[in-house]
Design a protein. Structure first.
Length: 357
């Protein structure tokens, strides 16, 4: 068998910009090939999607229902649309991905009002929820309905089960639901050495956006409904949101490969360990400050802006905060399942060279 496709990149080149830059985990690629050939019923009525449902139930409980979608923005928007009426709103951290990094999709596609709350570390608390949980019954205010948290957060911090339980208990007392953006939930669970349900089902979360692409899938995320009464008409929301895959078996088999064994845990532990290695290696370098706790697979650091610009020509990464002043910038370095010790060491060596230049 031949192909006219040409490899147009150097597979040895790694980046620290995003775990989305990584390729597909070889075990995931094998699973996709396994599902190929012959015919299977389309739109989710295939044997692989049925198996996916059972795998998710083993991790999240017998009540869990999983709905594959194409990407993370869709997982969040489909989740929140199913949880909210058009006149209702979502309380979230100001730094949340749904508020700061999805191009307004929850508003444009979901028709949702977001009620952001400034947080010092990307994490909500019951007290912070109360800053926006008001105006119930006031026709002039979008009605709070959902509290959305992320684990890991956009700032790389983690919620413990007790912290999530406190938010869920408080939200439920107010008549609110809780959504968890789990784009990096595997990294959070691996870092805390906990099963996935400890950070979700057992803590009282109603609906989870479960991330796949950042942990090695080709494409695909899943909306996981833990409280069936919390998500209304989700299959129809997914369809009208253009997220019902016709050849769903190729999305579903990836999640089976990820979650049926320990691939998710091995991959998350590798990414987390490389972030810790990176943070420890750059701490002694003059001119570099690790700015935030390194709890998952991201490192936030402050360094001279000109050094960051030169280093970026050798390794891709993003500026996080350019308002530091004094010629400094905060950057974000992300590690992925395929980041190796050699990758980290090469990056640190390049950083040291640019600092001394």
């Amino acid at each position: 068998m031949t192909t006219d496709a040409v490899r147009r990149h150097d597979p040895k080149v790694k980046a620290f910009a995003s775990d989305n830059y990584a390729g597909v985990h070889p075990e995931i690629m094998e699973a996709i090939a396994l599902a190929n050939g012959g015919h299977q019923v389309s739109y989710g009525d295939d044997v692989y999607t049925e198996a996916l449902r059972e795998v998710f139930r083993r991790h999240f409980g017998e009540q869990a229902e999983a709905f594959p979608v194409f990407n993370g923005t869709a997982a969040n928007v489909v989740s929140l649309r199913s949880m909210c009426a058009p006149w209702e709103a979502v309380i979230c951290p100001e730094s949340a991905h749904i508020n700061s990094d999805e191009g307004g999709a929850p508003e444009v596609i979901g028709g949702l009002k977001l009620l952001p709350v400034p947080t010092p570390d990307g994490k909500l608390t019951p007290e912070l929820v109360d800053r926006q949980a008001w105006g119930f019954g006031d026709v002039h205010r979008a009605q709070p309905r959902v509290v959305s948290i992320s684990n890991a957060t956009e700032l790389g911090t983690l919620y413990t089960p007790d912290e999530i339980r406190a938010i869920c208990d408080h939200a439920h007392e107010l008549g609110l639901l809780v959504h968890l953006d789990g784009a990096r939930i595997t990294n959070a669970a691996a870092a805390l050495d906990l099963p996935l349900r400890a950070l979700t089902t057992d803590a009282g979360v109603d609906v989870v956006s479960f991330g796949g692409t950042k942990i090695g899938l080709l494409l695909g995320e899943a909306v996981v409904v833990l409280n069936p009464s919390a998500a209304r008409g989700l299959p129809y929301v997914r369809k009208t949101g253009m997220q019902l895959a016709s050849k769903m078996r190729f999305v579903s088999v990836q999640f089976e490969a990820l979650l049926a064994g320990d691939l998710w845990l091995r991959s998350a532990r590798q990414a987390n360990a490389m972030a810790r290695r990176l943070a420890e290696a750059v701490r002694p370098l003059p001119g570099v400050t690790v700015a935030r706790p390194v709890e998952a697979n991201g490192v936030f650091a402050i360094l001279p802006a000109d050094v960051a610009d030169r280093l970026r020509k050798r390794f891709r990464f993003y500026n996080w905060n350019e308002q530091i002043g004094d010629g400094m910038v905060e950057v974000r370095w992300m590690c992925a399942f395929d980041t190796t010790e050699a990758d980290v060491d090469a990056f640190v060596a390049a950083l040291a060279e640019e600092l001394s230049a």
